[in-house]
Design a protein around this ligand. Structure first.
Ligand code: ADP
Length: 809
C-alpha cells in the first residue's frame, strides 16, 4: 500500500503549456517553443531529471488563464533541445505516462506544478470484442487514409500490420489532425476499449467529411479542367496552324468571335450558326475575300441588340405632357395617339394597330413620333422608305451577293441598339414594287405581330424577334399605299397649318429651338411678330412648317455672324430689314382675279403645300369642235373637261348657248402656272362654270371660289381637303366659297376665322353653282330665235337632252 502511495505521490516538475497539441504516452514527439516561460521550463528540466509535465491549453493566448489549462497531461522526458537562430527552441521528447495536475506551485520564472500519475483503469474486456473493435478501427483508418493524399505508406502499413491495440490507438490519435478538445478527450478517457470506441467514431466522421470534401474538389477540378482543355485545344490548333504555315491571325480572330458569341448567351440555333461561321473564318486566309465576307457577317450579327431591352414606362400623363411640350395644337391627333397608347398599356402583347401618321410634309409627323419614343423611354430610330423598290431593301441581300448587306429593318435595329425601340417607317407611301419582289409584302410581315417574332433577313439568315418593337409609319398620300398594308394601320391625319397656327408654332417652338441649336440667347435675336407673318406669307408656301423653320435657322446663322463680327450685341428682325437678311420675297401674291370676268373662274385645289387658288381660264374660238386642255392637267382633269363639255351641251338652251358650239367652236381650257402638274376630279364644277361663262358670255363673280366634282347629269359630289381649300380662299380675301352639299359634315374641320368671315354656298347640282357664280341670269332669247333653224340639224344629237330641261329653257 505504502509502495502504491509512493508511486502515486505528487511530483514537483516544470510545466510546459502546449498550444494546439496534445501529447500521448509512449509516443515520441517533436515541437517548437518560442515563449520565454516555455524555454525556461525546458531548460530547467534538461538540467534536472529531464522530466517535464506537458499539458495543453484550450486557447491560443500567450498568457493563458489557469482555468484554460487542461488538468490531464503527460509526464515526458526531454530528449533533446536545439536552439535555432530565430529564438525558437526545437524540442524532442518522449511521453512517459499520463499525469494529473494537482496544483500550480509557482508561475515564475516558469510554471512549476505538482502532478501525480494518472493511471488507466482498464476494465476486463472480452478479447473477441477487442478484436472486433480493432478491426473496425483499422478499416475506418484505411478509408480515412484513402482521402488523405499525403499520408506515408509505411506509417499506414505499420498501423494496419500492428496487433497491439494500445499502440494502434496511440499512433492514430497522435497523427490524426483533430481539434485539441477531442484529442484531450482521447487522452483523458479511461479504458482502452472506450478510447478505441471514441477513436472509431471520430475516424468515421472524419472519413465522411473528407469524402464530401473530395467530391467538392473533384467537381471544381472538373470545371477548371474543361475550360483548360478548351484553352489547350485552341492553343494546340494555333501551333498546328503555324506549323503548317497557315495564318494564325485569323485563328485568333475566330477565337475572339467565339468568345463574343459565348458572352451573348444566345439561343442555341443562333449561337451554333454563328460559331460555325467563326470556325469557317479560322480555316480561311486572312486577306481572302471569303474572310472579309465572314468578318462582315459576324460583325453585323454581333452588333444586333440580342437580348437588349430598354424598360418601358407607359404613363399616359407623361406622354401627353411630352406631346404638349413639343407641339402646338394638334389636339385631335394627340388624343388619338393617347388612345392607342392606352390600349398598348392594357394589352402589351396584343396585336395593337400600327399608327400611321398621315399628312403633308412638315406638319410634325416625324417629330410626333420622336416625342412618343421619348415619353415611353424607348430608343428611337427612323427608317426612310422613300425610293424603296425592291424587297431586298427591306429584307437584305443574300450573303452570296457581292457587297451584300442587311435590309433597312435590321440596319435600324443595330442603330437603335435595343430590341424594343420605336421604329418610324417614314414615307410608307413611297415604296413601289417591281419584278424583284414586292417590298410591301415584306413590310407586311414586319408589321404583323403574328409573324414578326421570327423575322428573317436574307443576309442575317437568323430569326430576329421584332415583336417587342413599336412601329409608327408616316405617309403623304394614302392612295398609293398597298391596301393590305393600309388595313393593318390606324390612320391618324395631321392636317396642314393655318397662318395663325404657323405663327404660334414659330413663336412658341421654332424660334426657341433654332436659337438653342445655334447657341444664341433669346435676348440676342428678336424677330418681330409682323416679320413672322411676312415669313409665312412671302418666304414660304407650304402646308407644314419645315421651310419656315429653315428660314428661321437662316436668320439665326446671319445673326450669329453679326454677333461674332462684333457688329452688334443683339439683332432685331423686323418687316423693314427682313429682306436684308433673307433676300427678296420668294412668293408674290397669287394673280387671282377679284373682278368679274368671262371665262375665268377661281377654282380651289389641294396640293402638297396645302390649299391653293387655282384659276381656270376658258377661251372659245370659231373652229371645228376641238377641245384643248393645257397647264399640265392630269388625266382625271382632262376627263373632267370632257364631262363639262357634254354637260354644257345638254343644258345649252338654258344658258343661251349656241347648241352647235361643240361643232363650230374650238375650246381651250388652261390652268395658269402651267408648269405645276394638277390633277383630281374636284375641278369639275370650275371647268363647267368657266365653260358656261365663256360660251354664254356671262361674267363669273371674281370674289367667289369653288370646288366640287360633277357627274354627267350635273350632280355635285363631295371633295377632300375642305379645310385647306377654304383657308386658301380666305387668305386670298374672297367673299364666298361654293362647296358640295355633301361636304356639310366636314365644316367642323374648317378654321373658325374662315367660317366667321366667309359665305358658304352649298351646291347639290351644278345649276346651284351656276346660279351663285354667274353675275347675270342667262339671256335665252337668242336661242329662241335660233331654235327653229337649229332644231332640225341638231335633232339627232339632242336626243340625250332631258325633255324637261328643254322645256324650261
Ligand atoms: P413631317 O415629318 O410631317 O414632314 P417634321 O416632323 O419633320 O414633319 O416637322 C418639321 C419641323 O416642324 C420639326 O422641327 C417639328 O418639330 C416642327 N413642327 C411641326 N409641327 C409642329 C407643331 N405643331 N408644334 C411645334 N413644332 C412643330
Amino acid at each position: 500500500m505504502s509502495n502504491e502511495t509512493s508511486r502515486l505521490a505528487p511530483l514537483e516538475l516544470p510545466m510546459l503549456l502546449l498550444r494546439g497539441l496534445v501529447v500521448f504516452p509512449k509516443v515520441m514527439i517533436h515541437f517548437d517553443v518560442a515563449r520565454d516561460k516555455s524555454t525556461k521550463a525546458l531548460t530547467a528540466a534538461a538540467k534536472g531529471n529531464k522530466l517535464i509535465f506537458l499539458t495543453a491549453q484550450s486557447d491560443y493566448s500567450d498568457e493563458t488563464e489557469p482555468d484554460k489549462i487542461y488538468k490531464v497531461g503527460v509526464v515526458a522526458e526531454v530528449k533533446q533541445l536545439l536552439k535555432t537562430p530565430g529564438g525558437v527552441t526545437r524540442v524532442m521528447a518522449e511521453g512517459l505516462y499520463r499525469a494529473k495536475l494537482v496544483n500550480i506551485i509557482s508561475d515564475e520564472p516558469f510554471y512549476t506544478a505538482s502532478v501525480k500519475k494518472y493511471p488507466e483503469r482498464n476494465a476486463k474486456i472480452d478479447p473477441m470484442e477487442m478484436e472486433a473493435l480493432v478491426r473496425a478501427v483499422k478499416d475506418e483508418f484505411k478509408a480515412y487514409c484513402e482521402n488523405m493524399p499525403r499520408m506515408p505508406k509505411d506509417y499506414i502499413d505499420s498501423i494496419i500490420g500492428s496487433d497491439d491495440p494500445k499502440s494502434i490507438f496511440d499512433n492514430i490519435a497522435v497523427s490524426m489532425p483533430l481539434p485539441v478538445n477531442e484529442k484531450q478527450q482521447l487522452l483523458e478517457a479511461n479504458g482502452l476499449h472506450i478510447k478505441l470506441g471514441m477513436l472509431l467514431a471520430m475516424l468515421s466522421r472524419e472519413a465522411e467529411v473528407m469524402g464530401i470534401e473530395k467530391d467538392i474538389q473533384d467537381k471544381l477540378r472538373q470545371q477548371v479542367d474543361e475550360s483548360q482543355r478548351e484553352y489547350y485545344l485552341r492553343e494546340q490548333m494555333k501551333v498546328i496552324a503555324r506549323e503548317l504555315g497557315e495564318d494564325d491571325s485569323v485563328q485568333d480572330e475566330a477565337f475572339d468571335y467565339l468568345d463574343r458569341i459565348n458572352e451573348l448567351s444566345l439561343p442555341e440555333e443562333i449561337s451554333e450558326k454563328l460559331s460555325k461561321e467563326a470556325d469557317r473564318l479560322a480555316r480561311t486566309s486572312s486577306s481572302s475575300q471569303e474572310a472579309y465576307v465572314i468578318r462582315n457577317y459576324l460583325d453585323t450579327c454581333l452588333e444586333l441588340p440580342w437580348n437588349k431591352f430598354t424598360k418601358d414606362k407607359i404613363d399616359l400623363k407623361k406622354v401627353k405632357a411630352q406631346l404638349d411640350k413639343d407641339h402646338y395644337g394638334m389636339d385631335k391627333v394627340k388624343e388619338r395617339i393617347l388612345e392607342t397608347i392606352a390600349v398598348k398599356k392594357l394589352a402589351p402583347d396584343g396585336s395593337g394597330q400600327i399608327i400611321c401618321l398621315y399628312g403633308p410634309p412638315g406638319v410634325g409627323k416625324t417629330s410626333v413620333a420622336k416625342s412618343i419614343a421619348k415619353s415611353l423611354g424607348r430608343k428611337y430610330v427612323r427608317i426612310s422608305l422613300g425610293g424603296v423598290r425592291d424587297e431586298s431593301d427591306i429584307r437584305g441581300h443574300r450573303k452570296t451577293y457581292v457587297g451584300a448587306m442587311p435590309g433597312r429593318i435590321i440596319d435600324g435595329l443595330i442603330k437603335a441598339g435595343s430590341s424594343n425601340p420605336l421604329i418610324l417607317l417614314d414615307e410608307i407611301d413611297k415604296i413601289s414594287g417591281d419584278y424583284k419582289g414586292d417590298p410591301s409584302s415584306a413590310l407586311l410581315e414586319v408589321l404583323d405581330s403574328e409573324q414578326n417574332s421570327t423575322f428573317r433577313d436574307h443576309y442575317i439568315e437568323l430569326p430576329f424577334d421584332l415583336s417587342k418593337a413599336m412601329f409608327i409609319t408616316t405617309a403623304n398620300d394614302l392612295s398609293t399605299i398597298d391596301p393590305p398594308l393600309k388595313d393593318r394601320m390606324e390612320i391618324i391625319e395631321l392636317t396642314s397649318y393655318t397662318r395663325e397656327e404657323k405663327f404660334h408654332i414659330v413663336k412658341e417652338h421654332l424660334i426657341s429651338k433654332q436659337l438653342k441649336k445655334h447657341g444664341l440667347k433669346a435676348s440676342q435675336l428678336k424677330i418681330a411678330d409682323k416679320a413672322v407673318y411676312m415669313l409665312i406669307d412671302f418666304y414660304t408656301r407650304e402646308a407644314g412648317v419645315r421651310e419656315l423653320e429653315r428660314q428661321i435657322a437662316s436668320l439665326c446663322r446671319k445673326a450669329a455672324k453679326e454677333l461674332c463680327d462684333g457688329e452688334k450685341t443683339k439683332v432685331s428682325v423686323t418687316t423693314s430689314n427682313l429682306e436684308d437678311y433673307l433676300g427678296h420675297r420668294k412668293y408674290i401674291e397669287d394673280v387671282v382675279s377679284h373682278t368679274d370676268e368671262v371665262g375665268i373662274v377661281n377654282g380651289l385645289a389641294w396640293t402638297s403645300v396645302g390649299g391653293v387658288i387655282m384659276p381656270l381660264e376658258v377661251l372659245v374660238m370659231d373652229g371645228k369642235g376641238n377641245v384643248e386642255a393645257t397647264g399640265s392637267l392630269g388625266d382625271v382633269m382632262k376627263e373632267s373637261s370632257k364631262i363639262a363639255v357634254s354637260y354644257v351641251r345638254s343644258v345649252a338652251d338654258r344658258y343661251g348657248i349656241d347648241r352647235n358650239f361643240y361643232k363650230e367652236k374650238d375650246i381651250h381650257i388652261h390652268a395658269p402656272e402651267g408648269a405645276t402638274p394638277k390633277d383630281g376630279p374636284s375641278a369639275g364644277v370650275t371647268m363647267t362654270t368657266a365653260l358656261v361663262s365663256a360660251l354664254s358670255g356671262i361674267p363669273v363673280r371674281g370674289d367667289v371660289a369653288m370646288t366640287g366634282e360633277i357627274t354627267l347629269r350635273g350632280r355635285v359630289l363631295p371633295i377632300g381637303g375642305l379645310r385647306e381649300k377654304t383657308m386658301a380662299a380666305y387668305k386670298e380675301g374672297l367673299k364666298a366659297v361654293i362647296i358640295p352639299a355633301g361636304n356639310k359634315g366636314d365644316l367642323d374641320e374648317v378654321d373658325k376665322a374662315v367660317k366667321d368671315n366667309m359665305e358658304f354656298i352649298f351646291a347639290e347640282r351644278i345649276t346651284d353653282v351656276l346660279d351663285a357664280a354667274l353675275t347675270k341670269k342667262p339671256d335665252t332669247s337668242r336661242n329662241e330665235e335660233a331654235r327653229s333653224a337649229a332644231v332640225l340639224t341638231a335633232r339627232e344629237e339632242d336626243r340625250r337632252v332631258p325633255v324637261h330641261s328643254r322645256k324650261r329653257s
